[in-house]
Design a protein around this ligand. Structure first.
Ligand code: PMT
Length: 221
């Protein structure tokens, strides 16, 4: 759906998973397909926004009119986001960023030792969303929350703790929505209110989310 509602606004979006390499052939990853983030990028661009999409490894085509920056790891996504941040009006973090990475990436393939397991030494990745929210000046900051239960309670906690302007919470762990599915439903929360976005294809959900964001942008943003 084409339009001009977002004309003159710059929107930075993260999408997809991050891959944290263990060795040249193995990585830690997750089930994000990138579809939710790409749908938001496509909808914003179709409505006139200047969109930069920082994408983890996915198999999706770049939406028309979107500037795409490909990254693999959380650290690379963090660096790309901070680099693209100046001048952005809105930041939307749909990516499923790995919270941990191996302390060291092994240069050679890790060999199996007969009869023994493997303990991984993991360190925390930077929290991209919290870092963007802590900057001044900062864009209007929208986080996503993927939860298996108590979706709204955990999401509201993240809204406050990470000092976000808005959070879009989705239930994951079922096959029909959220990760790696064509459909989604959101509970969108802001500090003095919220709205439900009913289950629909991700393009429809993305358009509805953008309407909710647009209605809450401060004047001039
Ligand atoms: O990609 P799809 O298959 O379409 O699936 C979409 C989705 C389910 C991945 C998406 O709708 C979604 O919920 N994305 C957020 C998933 C997530 O990692 O949630 P979280 O609760 O772990 O993280 C909370 C927020 O912090 C997210 O906005 C995340 O992008 C951000 N974050 C998290 C960790 C980190 N190190 N840096 C971050 O920026």
């Amino acid at each position: 759906m084409q339009g001009t509602a977002w004309a003159g606004r710059r929107v930075l979006i993260t999408a997809g998973p991050t891959y944290e390499d263990l060795d040249p052939v193995r990585y830690l990853g997750n089930r994000s397909s990138g579809r939710m983030g790409y749908a938001v990028a496509a909808a914003a661009a179709a409505q006139g926004a200047e969109v930069t999409l920082v994408s983890g490894p996915v198999t999706l085509a770049t939406p028309p009119g979107v500037r795409r920056i490909d990254v693999r790891s959380a650290e690379a996504m963090h660096a790309a986001v901070l680099d693209a941040l100046p001048g952005q009006h809105v930041f939307i973090a749909t990516a499923a960023v790995a919270d941990f990475r191996p302390r060291e990436r092994q240069a050679s393939k890790i060999k199996k030792q007969a009869g023994s397991g493997l303990a991984l030494d993991l360190v925390q990745n930077p929290d991209i969303l919290a870092d963007v929210a802590a900057r001044q000046p900062r864009p209007f900051v929208v986080g996503f929350a993927a939860e298996t239960d108590d979706v709204e309670r955990y999401a509201r906690d993240k809204l406050v703790r990470k000092k976000l302007d808005m959070i879009a919470a989705n239930r994951v762990g079922t096959d029909d929505c959220g990760f790696d599915s064509d459909r989604n439903a959101l509970a969108v929360l802001w500090h003095d209110g919220g709205a439900q976005v009913d289950m629909a294809d991700k393009a429809t959900v993305a358009r509805r989310l953008l309407e909710l964001i647009l209605a809450r942008l401060p004047d001039g943003a």
